[in-house]
Write a protein that binds this ligand. Structure first.
Ligand SMILES: [Zn+2]
Length: 317
């Protein structure tokens, strides 16, 4: 039976339902929890987060994949409680958003150490939470080129993915050539890798979309909703129509089986104000209506929100 690790246990893939494949309960830079300007009580975080997950559930959302790295505020006991309270399956990740968010303990570790760490979190559990990670996060550090530490983490991620069958989700799809080389050297099929943020305003131009697909990789249009039309758009925002045109262009090229969509929103950001007016529910409130208006049929929408993430997330051991 195909299965996926969620924070409340391993479940049949068929139970995932509609999936938001790249989201955050709360993301912050390492150390932001020490910034007293931004301290939030657990009650405040709960009060901000629960209504968003409840709305997600009411819209028909089944599964929320939290792509917050080990050092970026990942809090698995909290995710368990949110999942139990709202009925939304939450998938937690192991790994790091990028080398530049790995704290020194991990930044100085060997490939072997990191491989064991990731594999342990996937097969045994994350600390004493009893929850197993369902996806591995790796990423490109700020600067646009993979650093040596990024490559170490990618290699450890690849080895853990091969050993456990759990897929890899990347932060950024720029500079993918060294990543693909590492995945090939480690024997990881490229359809086990979602190259994320292929659509954001800062990186879309530098991302070789056709090449990634030609190599067998998956493309994440996972920053839907970070739009220049927002009241206070972030620096990675992009015009709504431009992103949608780009996306539909890739669908027209036949890339549908390789495409995944998400909003990369924060339910309750850590150490920064977040982006006002943007939540995971963009998927239901804006993206799906936009797709319908542009003539995308229901079968295609189901492929994007149910079938493709199910295939990606299923443990392929
Ligand atoms: Zn993210």
């Amino acid at each position: 039976m195909s299965k996926v690790n969620t924070v409340l246990g391993t479940i049949p893939t068929a139970e995932l339902g509609v999936v938001a494949v790249h989201e955050h309960v709360g993301y912050g830079m390492p150390g932001s929890e020490l910034d007293t300007q931004w301290w939030k009580t657990p009650e405040e975080r709960y009060a901000e987060t629960v209504p968003k997950l409840r709305a997600f559930h009411e819209h028909g959302g089944g599964t929320f994949v939290d792509a917050t790295g080990i050092c970026n505020g990942r809090d698995v006991d909290y995710y368990k409680s949110l999942s139990a309270k709202t009925g939304v399956h939450i998938v937690a990740c192991t790994g790091f958003v990028g080398g530049d968010t790995a704290l020194p303990h991990f930044a100085r570790a060997s490939v072997d150490y990191l491989t064991r760490q990731f594999a342990h979190e996937i097969t045994v559990g994350i600390g004493d939470t009893g929850s197993r990670a369902g996806v591995i996060k790796v990423g490109v550090s700020r600067g646009g080129r993979m650093t040596e530490l990024d490559k170490t983490i990618y290699r450890a991620g690849a080895r853990a993915a091969v050993a456990t069958g759990v897929p890899i989700l990347t932060h950024l799809a720029i500079d993918p050539e060294p990543a693909v080389a590492i995945f090939r050297e480690e024997g990881l099929p490229l359809d086990r890798v979602l190259f994320g943020h292929a659509d954001d305003g800062l990186n879309a131009d530098q991302t070789p979309h056709d090449w990634i697909v030609s190599q067998g990789g998956r493309l994440g249009f996972d920053t839907f909703g970070y739009e220049t039309e927002l009241e206070d758009p972030p620096f990675w925002a992009r015009a709504r129509k431009e992103r949608l045109d780009h996306f539909l262009d890739l669908v027209a090229k036949g890339y549908l089986p390789r495409l995944l969509v998400s909003a990369d929103a924060n339910c309750s950001p850590l150490g920064w104000p977040g982006v006002k007016g943007h939540t995971v529910n963009y998927l239901f409130e804006d993206l799906v209506p936009d797709l319908r208006e542009r003539g995308v049929d229901e079968a295609t929408i189901t492929t994007l929100l149910v079938d493709n993430p199910a295939d990606f997330l299923t443990i392929k051991a």
